[in-house]
Ligand binder design. Structure first.
Ligand SMILES: [Zn+2]
Ligand SMILES: [Zn+2]
Length: 357
């Protein structure tokens, strides 16, 4: 099969590699759609945290937002059949360590992360994957099914911010995760007021349907907008979906006492300057948010029922047949050309029908 293989910093390309037969408990899936993510660039450059710490080894096939059709099931697999439409979790847990036993599989000591850490991902024609981390989806397109993963990341970040209907919420960073988090905060948590902030108008406009304000911080004064929209109260919960050093200054300017900050963005080693007195004197909770543990069935039901609109973040759909195809998509994401937001790639040809076969 054809797959994008990363062998070193900026050393990657499409290669012909063998399809691995599904072993006991595994399923072979033909990949029909895969979403390009900022994290992928960190893997291509080897700048992502896991590669710096040595937790992740090369080579790897990246791609952690994927969906496809079951082609073959391994011995002992009863839950899935050939022809099922599926998507798989990024985190593949061991199931035995103390974190797994406590229901925190995203912190599993022996975990792999699909397309990210020590497990091949979705920029390939096929993936061989454990049934225990696989989910069936139905009635939605392959593109949407591929976006269950980022929607899960956003869902977990919102959960960590403990967003309730009486809350005023600020989402910092209108990338795909931030846009999804704002949408979840408004439409699923029912938050009273949801504001998103960033620097790119073409992304902020995507949030118009589900936010009370979208603030370009280069043109507008965030604090003024927040005070006006929240009747002078300020923000109760912040979701940080951007990794820039100024985020804590924004938090300090707009947060109400007792607020929560949930961080799911990667800072790529940038040191954020933070006023710790503001944190203590206002009893602010700061929480890191990793992965999407235990949210998959709920996220899938939200997308299948239309409560969550993942089409909102898709900007481009492209084939993935060569290194050049892949590079074109990566360049587009990195150079932010053509208002790129979420780019969907098709390793087996463009396909929009929701069904397998
Ligand atoms: Zn991602
Ligand atoms: Zn474990």
């Amino acid at each position: 099969m054809k797959a994008i293989v990363v062998r070193g910093p900026f050393r990657y390309g499409m290669e012909e590699i063998p399809v691995r037969e599904p072993g006991p408990g595994e399923v072979l899936i033909r990949i029909e759609a895969v979403g390009l993510c900022g994290t992928d660039y960190g893997i291509l450059s080897n700048e992502m945290q896991y590669y710096k710490t040595g937790q992740a080894k090369l080579p790897i096939v990246p791609g952690h937002e994927w969906a496809g059709c079951v082609e073959k099931v391994g011995p002992g697999v009863k839950e899935f059949q050939v022809g099922d439409q599926v998507t798989g979790e990024c985190t593949v847990r061991c199931g035995f360590c103390s974190y797994c036993q406590e229901g925190r599989p995203h912190l599993c000591e022996n975990r792999t992360e699909t397309g990210v850490m020590n497990r091949d991902g979705g920029y390939a024609q096929y993936i061989t994957f454990p049934a225990a981390s696989l989910h069936r989806v139905s009635g939605i397109s392959m593109d949407w099914a591929a976006l269950v993963e980022p929607a899960g990341i956003a869902m977990q970040a919102v959960k960590r911010a403990d967003i309730k209907p009486e809350d005023n919420v600020l989402v910092i960073g209108p990338g795909p995760i931030g846009l999804l988090a704002a949408q979840i905060a408004k439409k699923i948590c029912g938050a009273k007021c949801v504001i998103i902030s960033g620097t790119r108008d073409e992304r902020l406009v995507r949030a118009a349907a589900y936010t009370d304000a979208a603030v370009n911080i280069r043109k507008e004064h965030l604090k003024e907008v927040v005070l006006k929209k929240t009747g002078g109260h300020g923000i109760d919960a912040v979701v940080v979906a951007a990794g820039t050093s100024g985020v804590f200054r924004d938090c300090e300017n707009v947060m109400a006492p007792g607020g929560r900050i949930s961080i799911c963005g990667f800072f790529d080693s940038a040191k954020a300057d933070c006023n710790w007195d503001f944190i203590s004197t206002n009893s602010i909770d700061i929480r890191g948010s990793l992965g999407s543990p235990n949210v998959w069935p709920f996220v899938i039901s939200c997308i299948e029922s239309g409560r969550l609109d993942v089409e909102n973040i898709i900007s481009h759909r492209m084939t993935l047949e060569s290194t050049e195809d892949f590079q074109r998509a990566v360049d587009m994401m990195q150079n932010r050309t053509d208002d790129a937001c979420k780019i969907i790639l098709y390793p087996n040809g463009v396909k929009h029908e929701p069904k397998c076969n």
